[in-house]
Every structure is written in C-alpha cells, then in structure tokens.
Design a protein around this ligand. Sequence first.
Ligand code: BT5
Length: 255
Amino acid sequence: KPFLNTKNIGKKIIHFDSINSTNIKGKALADNGEEEGVVVIAEEQTGGKGRLGRNWVSPKGKGIWMSIILRPNIDPMDATKITQIAAASVYTGLEEIGIESHIKWPNDIVLNGKKICGILTEMSGEMIKINYLVVGIGINANIDYNDFPKEVREKATSIKEELGKEVSRKQIIGNILNNFEKLYNEFLEKGNIESSIKICRDRSILIGKKIKIISKGKEIERLAVDITDTGELIVKDNLGEITKIISGEVSVRGI
Ligand code: BT5
C-alpha cells in the first residue's frame, strides 16, 4: 500500500485474482459484517456490472476493478451523492499523475471524449435507513484497444491507449482512495458535497452542451446548464424552461 495514506478507507484491502464482480463480492462481505472502508479489488471480473443490468468489460490484469464498502448514517435519498464523491476522487486521483480527464455526469470519467471509467453505487437498506453502500469503480488503466469488444470500442478507451504508455495501477488506486476519504469525510462532517460538486462542475463535459437524456425508454433533448450543490443536473429546454434531473435512472449522451 505504498501510495495510500488514509485512516480508514482501504485500511483493509481484499484482493482477488478473478471474481464475478467486486460489487457483488463487496455486498456479500458487507452482508457478513465487513466494516466501512473495506476495499475489494480484482484482477479480473467475469461478470462486471454496469448500471441497469448492463455489462462492464473487465479483462485480467489491465484494469482497476474495485469496490468500497461504506456504512454512512445518511438519508437513502443521498446515496447518489456518493457517486459524485467517487467521480471527483477519480478525476483528482488521475490529475495528480498528470492526466486531465473530464467528468460526464452522473457516473463516467472520460478522456479525450471517450469513457475510461464508470462508477456504480449500490445500496442495501430500506426507505429510512441505509444498511450499507458499495461503490464500484472501474477504470480502464492499461487495457489495449483490442481487448474491448466491438460494441464498446467506439465509446471506450484506456489511459494507456490515450497516453501511449502504461500507468501504475497501485498509484492510481492510492490516489483515488486518498481523495475519496477526504471528500467522503467532508460529506459526513459538513453534510454537503460542495468540494466534490465543484470538481464535477469544473471538469464537466456536459455543461454548455446539448445533450440527450434517456429515461425509461424516453429520450429528450436539453441544454446542460449546471450541476447543483446537491448533485442534480440542471437542464434547459428550447423555451428556456429549467428542470433538475436526478441521477437515478438516466443515461446521458452528448449530441
Ligand atoms: C457504468 O455503468 O459505467 C458503471 C460501471 C461500474 C464498473 C465497476 S468495476 C468495479 C465494480 N464491480 C462491478 O461489477 N462494477 C463496478 P453504465 O453507465 O451502465 O455503463 C455501462 C456501459 O459502458 C456498457 O453498456 C458498455 O456500453 C460500456 N462499457 C462496458 N465496459 C466498459 C469498459 N470497460 N469501459 C468503457 N465502457 C464500457
């Protein structure tokens, strides 16, 4: 753990050679009582998960596939904020090694306009109380173009493909967890995610652009205007009417 200087997040890291999904594993471990801050990392995922039942391509030894177990005492409605915290942590963690990425609300990090990272936050609990959260972060660190299946190739890339050289997965993991702990603690202590949102806003690839919002099979076009302090996307229609979008079940495409 040479790059890690956290108190709690990543204090215990459980490493697997090959598992179906670090999120599934994280949830099973949390069900068995593993504490906040435990991180699950896998060299390969055979059933990596995206949102809404989608797949996450996770070839062996070349990516960062990890999940963090959290047990925050927050309103379940606030769970989506953890995704914004994670996105800001990934951006800053990469920036610290000289990689200037952008954040595509709500859960992607892009490099040169293509996806290098996706985040999947899952919750266990009821309407009033969170039992635990598992935040999954997938980063295409050293993946070769040829390792991506055809349907993913047009929209995905890796840090190695863009930089033309391999990066240290350990350093990136350390940087991300260091930043995550800072931003997460700020959220717990102050009850807001302002620092994370500032990063998501400043590095947003959507703000100022026409976007397509896809929700429950319906598609609408809007202008992305801003991100609120609580993490909603503010959009404007042709008539100038403003609405806020909650990250829940939407996909966003630049057009
Ligand atoms: C996501 O979903 O972007 C969330 C991905 C979370 C992955 C991490 S890895 C560690 C942890 N364990 C898991 O099992 N999951 C988490 P979504 O926004 O639904 O995007 C999924 C879509 O991205 C897919 O339908 C593909 O089109 C595309 N995709 C799949 N694999 C990709 C990859 N490696 N890189 C870029 N895009 C990919």
